[in-house]
Write a protein that binds this ligand. Sequence first.
Ligand code: PLP
Length: 294
Amino acid sequence: MTRRSALMIDPVTADEVREDYADTFTAVDAAAPALSVGELSTQRGDGVFESIGVIDGHAQEVVPHLERLAHSAALCDLPQPNQEQWRQAVQAAALLCGPGEAVIKLILSRGVEHGPTPTAWVTTAPAADFTSAREQGVRVVTLDRGYDLRAAERAPWLLLGAKTLSYAVNMAAIREAHRRGADDAVFLSSDGFVLEAPTASLILRIGDSFVTPAPNGGILHGTTQLSVYDHLTSRGLEVGYATIPASDLSTADAAWLVSSVRLAAPITAVDGSPLPVDAALTAELNAYLLSPRD
Ligand code: PLP
């Protein structure tokens, strides 16, 4: 079992090259206060983050997560993270994880108001038990996100493709799903296309091919979706990205919410109407996602 731990990172510039960044990491007591009251991450949710799944001390899909962290930082005009420094921070955090499933979070905040550098840290924690979502599935409701498909391009300050610390809206959507008797939500664009879930990507099976909403700025490009596509492609199956009308979700032959820690959760119902579940493929996907991958 993994215990909660935290490493503060003294961030260096993206172009600095050195072999060992260990002296830029400071272990702190994860239960003790560590941030200044002037922190913009806590005052404004002004920062970006990643959640990496860890299986028996092996951090999964580290490079795609670090690339997305860099992409989110760029969208938010934050200093570019030094990829090698963060890779070593993830490695150091993974060494603190015990057997079983855990989660490493990476946080890059704008720092203290008027301060000189961003604040950066990584944490480890045991993962919640997601057996039920993986095996019994999740009921979803569709919720309007209030933006059309072109909003990200038209209004980049909405930061729609960035994984920012401002997840209050995502959490509110999950509470609304619970109020409506479901387990999770799928966001729709205001012009009627499926997007993503508040903390997961969506994959549909239509006939023999698999499709996911194109990550064209409005949604996150999921690292788990990329891994699932690698696996499906290696099995000779057809995968693709598309603009998917909301009606395709309720008529899909199967659908999953996929994310780094919960992994593949089959969707069992959409807005109260049952959806077929491909139990064999779900089990196969989760076995694959639980195997060590880079
Ligand atoms: N979309 C959103 C909004 C998310 O928050 C997440 C993960 O937290 C995902 C998609 C899935 O991303 P990943 O598979 O990299 O965990």
